[in-house]
Design a protein around this ligand. Structure first.
Ligand SMILES: [Zn+2]
Length: 294
């Protein structure tokens, strides 16, 4: 890890793109935590990473898409109280389809760390011990001892036993990996053993599946993050992240099929409608990212 802050000030700067788009003169965006992790991982690679089936050729550094399908200008700026800590399996930051990237786009306080069985980044331990945060390890209940499992998030409106807990901001720890990898990470990360395990309830998942016509048994990282935001009472951010994922999926698939981006499809309309709701609903400026020392 380098000496820089672990958190991007992604929301401090207007969204911009390194793609060659005419008449755009926005400053280059600060890379967010997942982007920086990707750069560090690429620097360690001895050979170039070839994404299976992904679009080839030049990629925008801001959104990983081909410049013709760049969606940097659509990146939402939202005030979000919750934070995310992405623990990423080795190859995950390199995948152009990784959706932890989208979480970092939308939520300013998104931290990202590479996972290794034999070592842990001291900055991760520092983050988990930071008293401003209440970390929750998001994982299915069946993998954890019953005493660790919680199904709710403490937010300001909750009737809490300990008022000190209310002042803490929820920090959702997500294991960003394939399922077999995530289960291994869960078992072999003793520094996570003290955290409450936030288990998303079957009812929440099936409602979500129905609403989004989700057929796959497993959810991607940004879908899990949207469910966490909803639990934390951040409904606008949750819906925005869902719409933003749909826009990304649309751009990604059309680029793969060598078809032009459709800026007028249902996903774009939904994201635009949510973004126009932002000032009234949020009524405050986007939160400045927190910094932690490395
Ligand atoms: Zn872009």
């Amino acid at each position: 890890m380098n000496g820089r802050s672990a958190v991007a000030d992604a929301n401090a700067a207007p969204p911009a793109c390194t793609a060659k788009v005419p008449a755009m003169s926005l400053p280059a965006p600060q890379p967010h935590a997942v982007s920086r992790l990707r750069s560090q991982r690429l620097a360690r690679s001895s050979k170039p990473f070839m994404a299976r089936g992904g679009p080839r050729g030049e990629r925008c550094a801001g959104c990983r898409l081909q410049p013709s399908h760049c969606m940097c200008a659509l990146r939402p700026l939202l005030p979000v109280d919750a934070g995310f800590c992405l623990l990423m399996a080795d190859i995950e930051p390199l995948k152009p389809s990784n959706t932890g990237w989208l979480v970092a786009d939308v939520v300013a306080d998104t931290f990202a760390f590479g996972w290794a069985r034999t070592e842990v980044d001291p900055a991760l331990l520092g983050l988990l011990a930071d008293p401003q945060w209440q970390p929750y390890l998001v994982f299915p209940a069946d993998a954890a001892a019953a005493g660790r499992v919680v199904s709710d998030v403490l937010v300001a409106e909750s009737p809490a036993k300990n008022t000190a807990d209310l002042k803490k901001r929820p920090l959702f720890v997500l294991l960003d990996a394939t399922w077999p990898e995530a289960r291994k990470m869960f078992r072999k990360s003793p520094y996570l053993d003290h955290l409450p395990v936030l288990s998303l309830q079957g009812e929440q998942l099936s409602k979500y599946r129905l609403r989004r016509s989700q057929r796959d048994e497993h959810f991607c990282t940004s879908e899990i993050a949207a469910l966490c935001l909803a639990l934390a009472g951040e409904a606008l951010a949750a819906q925005t992240l869902e719409a933003y994922l749909d826009v990304f999926t649309s751009h990604y698939l059309l680029a793969k099929q060598q078809l032009p981006a459709d800026m007028d499809d249902a996903a774009h309309h939904r994201l635009r409608a949510l973004r126009s709701a932002e000032p009234a609903a949020a009524n405050k400026l986007p939160r400045q990212p927190t910094t932690i020392e490395r």
